[in-house]
Design a protein around this ligand. Structure first.
Ligand code: FE2
Length: 408
């Protein structure tokens, strides 16, 4: 592949990737420019692993759900007869129809993109001309095509993406031979070992289209600097009696070469902390946690899409997909041990838990919208970072490595 060229000079990005005490923000064009978006998509999102959900969403052979990657690539995530997960394009190889699109829709939805769906099936039949594919994407039926002498059915299948599972999360990649993901997260496997993430079940993921660049969301999720200020009315992040809560003290380990994990573990002010206005976990603590774990939270970014907040009773997961320079799509859910999901009052507690999360989003989302708009201003800065902005310099460092690789 010919080298790509960043429309924003890398020399302007370098000051953002310096150590936090001397770093500045990324150039505003990195959040707003359409050409830069295309460069970044190719340099980062076409080469790395993208989180599409949890394997527990499709426990049985034939179970599937759909997703749209990077705003314009519809895929099917399906468990095949052998129990393996496939992520494959849902673009029919006859006429480019989305094979999971409904065969008919009422007038008010005629011009909407095909909706996401899930279910269980033996195969996928395109509603347009009834070309039919099995759970591995092989074409198994194509009406009338035998009349064409040069048609070889076995040569046609749905394009497959690389797939890797990490801790129950399903990742896929457009790269032909992506560097395996698991070994690049070893530090965090250790940090999260007692959460037994792979055994946790997810709530039904919610989809939220967002009118700002994907980095605005990732930076906000991991931003310790705003937590004490913007969320002051909601939550006392300063309750850490040790004075070194990770999110406030800038204690994420330095970015290891080749790593795709940025994050850390931090001691909180009291045991069994929960991200809601009661400050306390609403569900029973995860049984496999140690006494020490119950005083800690773990925040982790699995670049470039997955954001995790692991608490003593649950884990919040948020997968962010870029759609355009100024738009992104969030897929989010909560992980709980199966035993928690069987609690008699689970649904009621979950409603409170979600409302607790939404109170934070009530403050974060308007701020994200306003700063995205601000990035288009002629007065938008590459402003100096606070020492509590350490995630932003680490993200810039990680991104710059990919931008450079694409350009060389
Ligand atoms: Fe926030």
């Amino acid at each position: 592949m010919a080298p790509l060229r960043s429309p924003v000079p890398l020399a302007d990005i370098e000051p953002a990737a310096k150590p936090v005490d001397v770093a500045v923000g990324l150039p505003p064009a990195c959040y707003t420019d359409d050409d830069f978006f295309r460069f970044e998509k190719a340099a980062v999102f076409d080469t790395e692993w993208l989180c599409v959900g949890r394997s527990s969403q499709i426990p049985e052979p034939g179970d599937y759900f759909t997703a749209t990657l990077l705003g314009d690539e519809p895929v099917i995530v399906v468990r095949n007869r052998d129990g393996q997960i496939n992520v494959m394009s849902s673009i029919c190889q006859h006429r480019a129809m989305c094979i999971t699109a409904p065969a008919e829709r009422p007038k008010e939805h005629w011009f909407d993109p095909p909706p996401e769906c899930r279910g269980s099936t033996r195969n996928f039949r395109c509603p347009y001309h009834w070309w039919t594919y099995d759970l591995d994407g092989r074409l198994v039926g194509a009406p009338e095509m035998h009349q064409r002498p040069d048609f070889v059915r076995s040569e046609i299948s749905l394009p497959q993406l690389a797939v890797e599972e990490w801790q129950g999360f399903v990742f896929c990649s457009f790269a032909a031979d992506p560097v395996p993901l698991g070994p690049r997260l070893a530090t965090f496997d250790e940090m999260l070992a007692n959460h037994c993430l792979h055994e946790m079940a997810t709530t039904e993921p919610e989809l939220l289209p967002m009118p700002f660049n994907w980095k605005v969301f990732a930076e906000n999720f991991m931003d310790a600097y705003h937590s004490l200020r913007l969320h002051a009315s909601l939550y006392d992040f300063s309750a850490a009696d040790t004075g070194n809560e990770t999110l406030l003290a800038g204690t994420f380990p330095p970015l290891a070469p080749g790593s795709i994990g940025i994050g850390g573990r931090g001691r909180t002010g009291f045991k069994d902390r929960g991200m809601n206005p009661t400050q306390s976990a609403l569900f029973p603590p995860i049984a496999t946690l140690s006494e020490d774990d119950r005083w800690n939270v773990v925040y982790l970014y699995v670049a470039p899409t997955l954001l995790l907040g692991a608490h003593p009773d649950s884990v919040t997961w948020m997968a962010v997909q870029p759609v355009s320079a100024g738009e992104s799509l969030l897929t989010t859910g909560f992980l709980f041990p199966e035993s928690t999901m069987k609690l008699r009052l689970f649904d009621q507690l979950l409603e409170l838990h979600q409302r607790g999360r939404d109170l934070f989003l009530d403050q974060d989302m308007p701020v994200a919208v306003a700063s995205q708009r601000g990035m288009s201003s002629r007065f938008a800065p590459q402003g100096p970072l606070s020492l509590q902005d350490f995630f932003r310099s680490q993200l810039a460092e990680w991104l710059l490595e990919r931008y450079r690789a694409a350009q060389s």
